[in-house]
Design a protein around this ligand. Structure first.
Ligand code: DOR
Ligand code: ZN
Ligand code: ZN
Length: 352
């Protein structure tokens, strides 16, 4: 066994489904999945029911989190045209603002320029703006970053033309960063055909050419690996109107360590993408006395049977990987060991 010590990983894109989607995931099961995946900090998305767009909903959600989380959690505020005048108040409860420019799960959307302008004028400059932007919406986000001279983070970039546009923006020193998901690095539209609704998410899986372009930017343009952990129940996925989204917290590290073994990625770069960069970009606090231990020689097949996530399935089931998380220590306390969650609900901290 080869024991690799890494810092606690940071996932800046997780759907923990509280409030309103607790049958898919809740704060305890979602943060248990994070720990099992070697992740000690997650940022939770605001497309909940109701969405995280008002102080009242945010206050209630933080109270629930304080009783139930097993690792550290920061919340995103959601931008919406109806609540835009009050957006600055939401910054008191959250680490960043999320703007949805394109269709995805839930109704949160910003499709008008006055609301976008207001977001960039009103949201405090010391906190980040993140965008769900696909295709030409990426150019809209880059334009806003340039015009307002403030950082924009692009979620789940998945297409060749998108990553190339972001590379061009970075070459001009524009303040943009981006994340890529493991599913867009390891699956293509051929897998979408094979998996049916279990391979459907937004952005959709792309072509082999797009995937190759993402890998070509893995040591340069890409700043973070983020899971976009978006659990839905199998029943929902097998229904007539399946919602988009797949789980990812527990499969992300083994997939990326497999890429290291195959020499597609340096271990140093893995640590930057999964810990150092996300913490710096979102200005998240350091976690003292925190690390994870990984058996890098453990080879295994990803499986639905060993998951902590409430949804209980992964699109990667059957895939052979290396790298098993053996132990997680958070602030000096052992919180995960060999498949067992040890942390007590409420032992994580809510980040603001
Ligand atoms: O596939 C997705 N599912 N993409 C998103 O942007 C949202 C997510 C969800 O909340 O289920
Ligand atoms: Zn999204
Ligand atoms: Zn998402």
């Amino acid at each position: 066994m080869s024991n690799l010590m890494l810092p606690g990983l940071v996932d800046v894109h997780t759907h923990l489904r509280v409030p309103g989607g607790e049958h898919k995931e809740d704060f305890t099961t979602g943060t248990a999945a994070a720990l099992a995946g070697g992740i000690t900090t997650v940022l939770a998305m605001p497309n909940t029911t109701p969405p995280l767009t008002t102080p009242v909903v945010l206050e209630e959600t933080i109270q629930k989190a304080q009783h139930s989380i097993l690792c550290d959690v920061g919340l995103f505020a959601g931008a919406s045209p109806e609540q835009i005048e009050g957006v600055i108040e939401l910054s008191r409860y959250t680490v960043a603002l999320k703007i949805y420019l394109n269709d995805t799960f839930g109704p949160l959307r910003v499709e008008d320029l006055p609301t976008l302008n207001a977001c960039f004028r009103l949201w405090p400059r010391q906190k980040l703006i993140a965008m769900h932007a696909e295709g030409q919406s990426v150019a809209v986000g880059i334009g806003l970053a340039a015009a307002y001279q403030r950082p924009v983070h692009f979620c789940h970039i998945s297409r060749k033309e998108e990553i190339e546009l972001i590379a061009a923006a970075k070459a001009q020193r524009l303040p943009v960063t981006c994340e890529v998901t493991p599913h867009h690095l390891f699956l293509t539209e051929a897998d979408a055909d094979r998996l049916g609704p279990l391979g459907d998410m937004r952005p959709r899986l792309a072509t082999a050419k797009d995937v190759a372009a993402l890998w070509a930017h893995i040591h340069s343009t890409i700043d973070c690996i983020a899971t976009d952990h978006a659990p839905h129940t199998l029943e929902e996925k097998q229904s007539d109107g399946p919602p988009p989204g797949v789980a990812g917290l527990e499969t992300s590290l083994p997939l990326m360590l497999t890429a290291v073994k195959e020499n597609r990625l340096d271990l140093d770069q893995l640590v930057k993408l999964m810990a150092t960069n996300p913490r710096r970009i979102f200005k998240l606090p350091l976690q003292p006395d925190t690390h994870i231990e990984v058996d890098t020689e453990a080879e295994f097949s990803l499986s639905n049977d060993e998951l902590q996530t409430k949804c209980g399935w992964t699109p990667f089931a059957g895939m052979n990987v290396v790298g098993r998380v053996r132990r997680v220590v958070l602030r000096g306390v052992e919180v995960y060991k060999d498949g067992q969650i040890i942390a007590e609900p409420g032992s994580g901290q809510v980040l603001i």
